[in-house]
Design a protein around this ligand. Structure first.
Ligand code: CA
Length: 229
């Protein structure tokens, strides 16, 4: 979980990122193009987190993200976005990224984001007690970190799994967005609250019968979300 892939075509930014991650104790693998990043991931299946630049010479970072996610739901993905448009961030998260950092970023901010994600992904559930939580048509297996709906596997990222677990452990209770952020991303996370909304929206697309009319995860206006089954 200590190996980080850094995909960035601008050599000076890449070395800035690499130097700071190395200083924070991470091993880094570098890539300057999307193809190179995908190849490096094939060669290094133990990479825990990938940092993906968006503007690249061969394909955009969202496409790289999609291709990584098509075969790997375990890896953590952080998009490095130069643009400030909200849509870019949302697009990145909808393609399966866990977080994003807007350039220019400070070494401290980047390292904090990577630390938070690594910590989140490395958290082992307490396996001594129950390994399954069921709620309505859903069955969550905390040993394998998998989710089934009506007996069929729903593919989740590690963060989506953590959100589902939080919901299923708190059925019928309105959870504040801050509470979800603290529980899933960790108290040290200093990103925006909006990331909760984007992940919930993505989760709804995967688990709801109709994401436009969500019945399992309802919105508690001005507050947060509630799990209803
Ligand atoms: Ca670039």
């Amino acid at each position: 979980m200590k190996k980080i892939l850094v995909l960035e075509d601008e050599a000076n930014i890449r070395s800035f990122v690499v130097i700071n991650l190395n200083r924070a104790g991470y091993e880094t693998i570098e890539a300057g193009s999307g193809e190179e990043a995908l190849e490096q991931l094939r060669l290094n299946p133990d990479v825990g987190v990938a940092l993906l630049d968006i503007m690249l010479p061969d394909m955009d970072g969202f496409e790289v993200c999609r291709r990584i996610r098509a075969g790997n739901s375990k890896i953590g993905i952080i998009m490095l976005t130069a643009r400030t448009q909200e849509m870019d961030k949302v697009t990145g998260l909808m393609t399966g990224a866990d977080d994003y950092v807007t350039k220019p970023f400070s070494p401290a901010e980047l390292t904090a984001r990577v630390d938070a994600l690594v910590r989140r992904l490395g958290v082992d559930d307490d396996e001594k007690s129950s390994t399954e939580i069921s709620s309505g048509p859903f069955l969550l297996n905390t040993r394998n970190r998998t989710l089934e709906k009506n007996g069929e596997r729903v593919k989740l990222t590690q963060l989506e799994y953590s959100i589902m677990k939080l919901f299923m452990e708190n059925r019928g209770k309105a959870l504040a967005r801050e509470e979800i952020l603290d529980a899933v991303w960790g108290k040290g996370y200093f990103g925006e609250l909006k990331i909760v909304d984007v992940n919930v929206r993505r989760l709804r697309l995967k688990i709801e019968d109709d994401a436009q009319e969500p019945k399992y995860i309802s919105t508690v206006w001005g507050f947060g979300y509630k799990w209803n089954v």
